[in-house]
Design a protein around this ligand. Structure first.
Ligand code: HEC
Length: 150
């Protein structure tokens, strides 16, 4: 039993030499949604930055343990998939109809509690949304979607 534990620990140490390939971080995002839409209110901005931007923008802030294998596999997978579905840093590159679809998904996934992901809020407690915060995001997303076609 002891041997098995030592072996696992040794293996975990050895695999740390494999590079962790986390998606790249960039703070220079001229197509970012918040930068290009000054009408978005501070409360919405704060919630998106605090609960969504780590997975849905190029501005990912990796904690140290995100670089530890095998945690890095999970993190890198979530960030890659998250950015593919919705990347706020590329917002102005989306077509109007894509923006409307994404806003509709935001409204839906926030109101049914699917987003932000549970595994994330379990670790980042302050990223979980109160009912009031959910309402702020849902109302904003619905209004923003409508305003695109005015
Ligand atoms: C831990 C990373 C993570 C966080 C934090 C996160 N997401 Fe996601 N999101 C994902 C991933 C990964 C997907 C891809 C589909 C899936 O795995 O559910 C996704 C999919 C989506 C989608 C498209 C598909 C769907 O489920 O409707 C929307 C919209 C979305 N997220 C919005 C948000 C919003 C808004 C927030 C913040 C309130 C947020 N997400 C927070 C990782 C995250």
């Amino acid at each position: 039993m002891k041997k098995a534990i030592y072996l696992i620990i040794a293996l975990l140490i050895v695999v740390q030499f494999i590079p962790a390939y986390l998606p790249e971080v960039s703070y220079d995002n001229p197509k970012d949604m918040l930068t290009n839409n000054p009408n978005i209110t501070d409360d919405v901005k704060m919630i998106l930055k605090n609960s969504c931007y780590n997975c849905h923008s190029n501005e990912t802030n990796y904690p140290w343990y995100a670089r530890v294998i095998p945690i890095s596999f999970l993190v890198s997978h979530d960030i890659k998939d998250g950015r593919e579905e919705l990347n706020f840093s590329h917002w102005e590159n989306y077509k109007k109809i894509e923006k409307a679809g994404i806003l509709d998904d935001i409204s839906g996934s926030v109101s049914n509690g699917e987003m932000p992901k549970k595994i994330y809020t379990l670790i980042h407690r302050n990223a979980s949304l109160s009912d009031a915060e959910k309402k702020i995001i849902v109302n904003w997303a619905d209004e923003f979607a409508e305003s695109l076609f005015e």
